[in-house]
Design a protein around this ligand. Sequence first.
Ligand SMILES: [Zn+2]
Length: 432
Amino acid sequence: MFDLIIKNANLPDGRTGMDIAIAGGRIAAIEANLVAEAAETIDATGRLISPPFVDPHFHMDATLSLGLPRMNVSGTLLEGIALWGELRPTLTVEALVERALSYCDLAVSQGLLHIRTHVDTSDPKLTTVEAMLEVKEKVAPYIDLQLVAFPQDGYYRAKDGEASLNRALDMGVDVVGGIPHFERTMDDGAKSVAALCRIAAERGLSVDMHCDETDDPMSRHIETLAAETVRHGLQGRVAGSHLTSMHSMDNYYVSKLIPLIAEAEINAIPNPLINIMLQGRHDTYPKRRGMTRVRELLAAGINVAFGHDCVMDPWYSMGSGDMLEVAHMAIHVTQMASIEDKKAIFDCITVNSAKALGLDGYGLSVGNQANLVMLQAEDVIEALRLKPARLIVMRNGKVISKVEPKVAALSLPGRPGSLDCGFNPTGRPARD
Ligand SMILES: [Zn+2]
């Protein structure tokens, strides 16, 4: 006797017509034509059941602050940082918590149940850290939230930057961050990478740095990050976020760099929406895309995970907590449009992100917590195309968000009266 059986589900690995049994909040069985009793049955009607989406790079202390105290007129990264600097002295714990909780409501409705957020440690008052620690505790029943100590204004460049970051770690922040390309000099940037990796090694923590988020092909802090990772034995526990300078680097240098990243087992975390919005701003035409070399990193066996980065904040006025929107942009910017490419892109917002965050027990396997999403689409390829409704979002076997399927009522001469908006109009599977 199970608590729940979801019948007739399609899975991300291509299996169709599968039944998922849930007992005690965990996945108890996944098989075709399961014959068993259950207190409740949900018919997936051939729709996709996916593990929850995972966002490995976000800024929850800044989210939903759009327009405070003013809009970013130039739309650049640097005006965004300046604008955040204007807003920061006015922040309160209450307002930060309220905005973050609102964002988490949205995230849950989009099937996003695991988030790593960078938390600005530049202001020695650490209001942001206090607030995000409170948010982490409040959302724990439904979202796993990891916090990164992020010296937005520079570890060395900000007044008291070193002390503030270390105090944030003392307060319980999980991961060591950095922003080497924003330090005053290349040399300071490299020194900050070395110092921050040493701190992580001493404290037994992971590292996730904003690294080379610039169009400058000479911004090569990822090289230092790879070297320091190996030096301190941090392989697999370090992430390089953005890595946009790799887009502009000389090909010969990249042929040396990618094997160093692979050797260090660094997780690469591009942020497709933000990178396409903010990079190439100093170019006329042709304009660079500013997206790191996703296809080449994946081909080298490097774990690539996509982040959302921003939603309605000083850097990005758009965003909806939808990781499929992130993946949709990635497909276009990377030109990874074959079926195999798209499957790889779907992994970048699910299993690869889970790996980057070091999540245990993630995925649709017997024994794991029953965390899953039912989408109004038949497979991952269609999910990427449609960004469809998240019909059910489940955490530990309980439905925590649901929405009716989107069905358009049509009034057209000689045509059907309704259209299932998750429908594949070719009538053929979009997968192979
Ligand atoms: Zn970021």
